[in-house]
Ligand binder design. Sequence first.
Ligand SMILES: Cc1ncc(COP(=O)(O)OP(=O)(O)O)c(N)n1
Ligand SMILES: Cc1nc(C(=O)O)sc1CCOP(=O)(O)O
Ligand SMILES: [Mg+2]
Length: 217
Amino acid sequence: MKASTTKKNRLKGLYAITDSILMPDDEQLIAQTELAILGGARIVQYRDKTTDQTKRLRQAAKLAELCHQHEALLLINDDMSLAQASGADGVHLGQADGAVPQARQLLGESAIIGVTCHDQLSLAEQALHEGADYIAFGAFFRSKTKPHASPAPLTLLSDAKQQFDCPIVAIGGITVDNAHQTIAHGANMIAVIHALFTAPNVKQQAQLLTALFAANS
Ligand SMILES: Cc1ncc(COP(=O)(O)OP(=O)(O)O)c(N)n1
Ligand SMILES: Cc1nc(C(=O)O)sc1CCOP(=O)(O)O
Ligand SMILES: [Mg+2]
């Protein structure tokens, strides 16, 4: 089996997204992310909205090393050049973050490229046509990280599941108490920031979120 196929088969379960406000310095970022991975997260996204390029490269490279030690995947939010420079496994692109073909050309066939599709199946269709590896829908619940994210209905997940043969991410306000609804409707991954990284015990919270996949399969 090709290496790229193996990597893409790993797109399931808890998808932990880091937050530069909750974890501003390197030590916190690495320690909290390691706990999330030890609790079961298999995909990590480095999401840092600051403009400090030196810090962003340093932190992304440290995260890439950490993730690879633990056989987790690292994706970079927004920035395909940072994904390439840091040794990450891929990039997550929003609708204004660059084109999938450009990312594919830069990062190569084995890279993972995910795309935000909000509440629109047509955006997913376009992303997949352009070569995306997963599609992300949201926000399914009120998000503390992004309170103004536009809402998406849970039925969108079942509709997407019927229409597309690819990994599907649910995002937005996902918690231990509501995540099962997204999984039951067809989410292969749950992307979580606040409910994971503000928990008093990040490892245990990741374990609880990860266990929901076994309970709902
Ligand atoms: C897995 C996942 N899904 C959606 C998003 C949101 O991306 P985007 O719309 O580009 O918004 P920002 O995260 O850049 O604020 C995501 N990051 N990850
Ligand atoms: C980054 C992001 N994108 C969203 C979307 O709907 O596209 S919601 C969101 C924030 C996710 O964080 P939390 O788990 O704290 O709600
Ligand atoms: Mg973005």
